[in-house]
Structures are given as structure tokens and as C-alpha cells.
Design a protein around this ligand. Sequence first.
Ligand code: CUK
Ligand code: CUA
Length: 640
Amino acid sequence: MKKIKYSMLTLLGLALVFASCGDQGKSSSNGALSSSAAEKVYVAPGEQDDYYAFLSGGYSGNLTVYGLPSGRMFKEIPVFSQFPTSGYGYSEETKPMLNTSFGFVPWDDSHHPDISQTSGELDGRWIFINGNNTPRIARISLTSFETEEIIEVPNSAGNHSSSFITENTEYVVAGTRFAVPVPQRDMSIKEYKGNFKGALSFISVNPEDGRMDLKFQLLMPGFNYDLSHPGRGKSHGWFFFTTYNTEEANSLLEVNASQNDKDFIAAINWKKIEEYVNNGGGTKMPANYAHNVYDEHTHTATSTMKKEVLTVDPTQVPGAVYFLPTPKSPHGCDVDPTGQYIVGNGKLSADLTVHSFDKMLAAIEGEKFDGEAYGIPILKFEDVLAGQVKSGGLGPLHTEFDDKGNAYTTFFISSEVVKWKVGTWEVIDRKPTYYSVGHLMIPGGNSRKPFGKYVVAMNKITKDRYLPTGPEMEHSAQLYDISGEKMELLYDFPTHGEPHYAAGCPAELLAPKSQKIYRLDENKHPYAALGTNDTRVERKGNEVHVYMSMIRSHFTPDNIEGVKVGDKVYFHITNHEQDFDVPHGFAMIGQNTSELLIMPGQTKTSVWEPKTPGVWPFYCTDFCSALHQEMQGYVRVSPA
Ligand code: CUK
Ligand code: CUA
């Protein structure tokens, strides 16, 4: 205790000294900060942040919404995981969202969010995120901040090089991490090499309503496909994927998989493949995968099982796929805002490899190949290399860009962010991270128009950054000011789950259009009780349907009789409020699904199967008015 107090006093003293000298942003050895940093992150009560940041929730399966610079968490958006806070994945309306060909999978590992773009700039319509475990891509509305669609990705496993989008949101791309037998079948694992395939999926996005459709799958050689990025500007029409284990080892002990000094970045001309497919190319293959869509008017999701996928053999489309040798097991694959440079972050190396798009085109033109892999031409390393960043760091993972021609790369092993100049490759600055940074995010930092004010580093190890909470600590994020020549560490804040990547945008892109209510007169839910006259109890065999309304501060009906043990009771509950931010909740005693949180104008359904005769209460779970505690009711359950 004494020690903590002492060091805080010292810091305050230092801050005062710096402030009085007019010295800005000096930091002590553990990254602690001066008062100017405090001012930069301080958002006064009643004021709002300048940026939204959407952090993936990793194994929470969700997406969290933060404000920058404050680091305040505003919301957790449920995507792939059941979420009792809202009843997502528990209510009858949302359960179909979590259907897959493996059955109901109420969990996933979400890694990479990406905001939709028009002409390479963030347009703030939707945000996409991948489920890494049970391969899925979700689309979330940035108006309602709700998950509207989830599409499963067949023939894929460990959906990691996803969900990055092309410059006009033509496609969201999902690349497999694991190579697997395609189609899946019983075979010896030892026969992996030459037999397994890596599916790279191009999922088209309808520009009107965002609906996704799996347009085609490229069946690539059986490497591991790690991360990807679209071309932009001059490289629009291309997509780049890092690979590892190009040895195709079935066990990744280092002796097997990291033998090759260079793996590849796969360069895919998706425009060419799109043309090929539009002209009838490709092979239809049976495949089972779920496509789940949430309708904002019926407030209900439907799940459809698809039966077929169009596959493309890359060797059948000449000029569409090339391999760019890239040293030391590249992880991140990042394209600069001009689309000229493709950065491969070789995680077993100190240097970054930057490829040139122009040089790549010239090498293809000159047909200067260095052999081939499974019929796919390999370009010569020297012919495509734009430059190397001699970083002095260790374990580079991911790179983002600002609007001034600079790049920022994370180094996991040496725990730092390194700023370097695109084109000259010189290192400009480096700052430590606390500790072991994975991804980093600059709002718009993977678009043609980055907003180079802040970078958020997402760290894998937290250790001593917060008050200890037992063996398990939340991951830590750190905010740096990057508006000057040197980066300045401003702030630490905890995150939820394991944020792998994040996406951010200026507040004014989303805040004005954020939806406030669902209009009751637009509610098309088949079981909605839109007026009090519609409220009723109906029996159909052993199903009892309760059409219920809720408004401050009562449920109608609130005394329900005629229910028997063995019945299935459906509570279809409509919130009649039409004021912003007045939800009501609903919870039935002993229910094995979660409570529901129902927003104004919305209808949700909860199922209850009473087991014991009696008079059983339900109540509103959200404190909604001074009479919230009075918002309650009873169900009488009689013997069967
Ligand atoms: S991965 Cu996590 S630090 Cu899934 Cu983007 Cu590199
Ligand atoms: Cu409605 Cu509390």
C-alpha cells in the first residue's frame, strides 16, 4: 500500500514538474504518463468520444464497442455466442442465428472485424467478423448495432484469414487456416501432403441490403492460410493471403513446418476468377452450410441449409493466382493505402518484407517465374521485393497505416510498436507495449483513408497493468497518440475476451444514424400484440401461446391461468414503448433459457416448460420506472 501511494505521489510530482516546464508527454520507464496525456484522453462528463472502436471478442464470440480516446466500453454486441444480457441466442427469434451444419453452436472465436467500404473508404454501413472455430462470417448493422446475418463457410476449418472486405464491399473473404480433405472424408492424416486443400471463399455482399452469398471457393494447395488483405487503389481486384506450413506437414513441430526459409503470399486476381465464374466456369460440389438471416421487421431470424457450392481450381484460370515468396512464416498481410505495397510480417524474423504491386505485375508480364507449386507460378523474390524494413524488433505480426505515409508494425516478442516510413523503409520511432502485442488498429488504417490520430495496441499479456483479479486478467489495450513524429502512450484500458483485431471510424460516421427505436407500426412479427386488444392466451394442443404487451409499468395479461405441467408455454412479448432507451425485460422463475431484453417496438419470444404445479411469478428484469418493481405477474400451473 505504502509503496503504491509513494509512487503515485511521485508521478503526480513529476506531472506537475513537466506541466510547469511546458514539457509535453514525457513518460517514465514503465510507460506511466504526464498530465498532458491525461488531458488527451479525458472526455468530460456529458461529452462524447471522437471515434468508435470495435474490438473482436476472441473466445467470447462477440464484438465490443469502445469510445476513443476515453477507452470506455459502450456495448457488447452478441454475434456467435448466446448472450443472456439481451436473450440473443436464447429467444426463439434469435436461436436460428446460431444454427450450423454441425447443429446449434452457441459459441465461437471471433478474430477480425472489418467495416464496409465504398471506393476504399469506410462507409459505416456494416461491420463483418469471422467465427474462427466453426467457420462463419457475420454481418452486423452499424445502424441497429445488431447481428443481421451469419453465413457458414463449408470446406473450411479454422476460418482465420477472414473477414476482410474488398474496396467496394463486393466481397467479404473467408480463408481457411487448416487444410482439410475436400470434401471431408475418412483418410489417413499422414496422407495430408498433396491431398488436403485450402479453401479461400469469396462471399458476395448485396450493395442494397448487405445480404451475403457464397459466390465461389478457390481450392488452393494444402497450406495454412493465415491472414489476408484486399488490394486497393491500383491493386483493386486482387487479394493477398499469407501462408505458412508450405511444407504441408501434418504435425507442426518446428522440424516439420518451419523448414522452408520462405513461405508464400498468395496473390489472387479475384476479378479474373469472378469473370471465369460468370462465364460458367467452376464446378458445383455438394456442401452443407447454414445461412441465417435476421429480418428487422419481423424481428425474427430464419435459418436455411444450403446444399451446394461452386468451387474453382486455380490452375484452370490462367493468370489469376501467383505465389510471392516471403521469408519466415509471415503472419499479417497488410496493404498500404495506395495499394502499391504488400507487407508480409515474417513472425520468425526481425525484418519486414514489403512487396511491390507494380513489380509483381511486371514480373508476371515478363513471365519470370521461379518454378511452380501445384501448377501455380512462383515469382522470384528479388523481382517482387520493394524493400525490407530493418526493424531491430522481434516477432512482427501486424501492420497498419496512417494518412501521412507511415506504417506501424507490432512486434510480439520484443513487445513494441515500430513506426516506419513507407517507401524509404526507415524506422522513425518505437514505443514499448505492455505486454506482447498482437494486432493494432488505426481507425480506417486498412482503407484508402486512414484517420491517423490514434493507434490502439491490443496486448496478449496483462500481468501488472491493473489491480490483480486472480490468475485470470482481462487483456489490455493501449492507446497511443500518433499525430506527431513520435508516438505517445496515452492510456491503458481493459478489453473483453481476447481482441485479436479491431476496426474504428470517426464518431460522426455512425452516431447520427444510430437507430433509436423500432417503430411499433412497422413491427411485422407474426406473434406481435400491437394493441392491448391483441393480447390473449391461446392453446394449440400442448402449446400455450401468450400474446403479451409491456409498457411502464405492467404486463398485459399479468395473470395467466389454464397452463398445465407438460405444456410448452410461448411468451410472445411486445414492448409498446416508443421512447428511446426504455427497454423492459422478462424472466420466468426457473427458466432454463435466459431472460429477454425487449427494446421499444420489438417483439421477442421466450419458451417455458413448467414441471411443477403451482403459481409461478415472472417479472421485468430492467429497471424501467419508479414502478419497475411492480412490473410482475403470475402463471398458474395445474397438474397434467
Ligand atoms: S491473429 Cu490474433 S494476433 Cu487471429 Cu489476427 Cu495475429
Ligand atoms: Cu419494465 Cu422494469
